[in-house]
Design a protein around this ligand. Structure first.
Ligand SMILES: [Zn+2]
Length: 77
């Protein structure tokens, strides 16, 4: 019985966006998943201090902010 199945070539190399070999860490990019872009999020304590200790509380607010990845949910200080 002859095999009539068409041979599929290049199934792995099609439609795959290849990143450069040298993995440059994008500024603001997530180092965990390398997909999401880290965005700053202020903690409740930081916002609270910014209001109470205005205007110096903004220093604490920026100091207490964290960077969070919306893709995988990883947080970085
Ligand atoms: Zn991520």
């Amino acid at each position: 019985i002859p095999t009539t199945h068409p041979r599929v070539y290049n199934i792995h190399s099609r439609g795959v966006t290849r990143y450069p070999a040298n993995s440059i860490v994008v500024v603001g990019g997530c180092p965990v998943c390398r997909v999401g872009v880290l965005e700053y999020c202020f903690t409740f304590l930081g916002i609270f201090l910014a209001i109470v200790l205005f205007p110096f509380g903004f220093i604490c607010c920026f100091a207490l902010r964290k960077r969070r990845c919306p893709n995988c949910g990883a947080t970085f200080t």
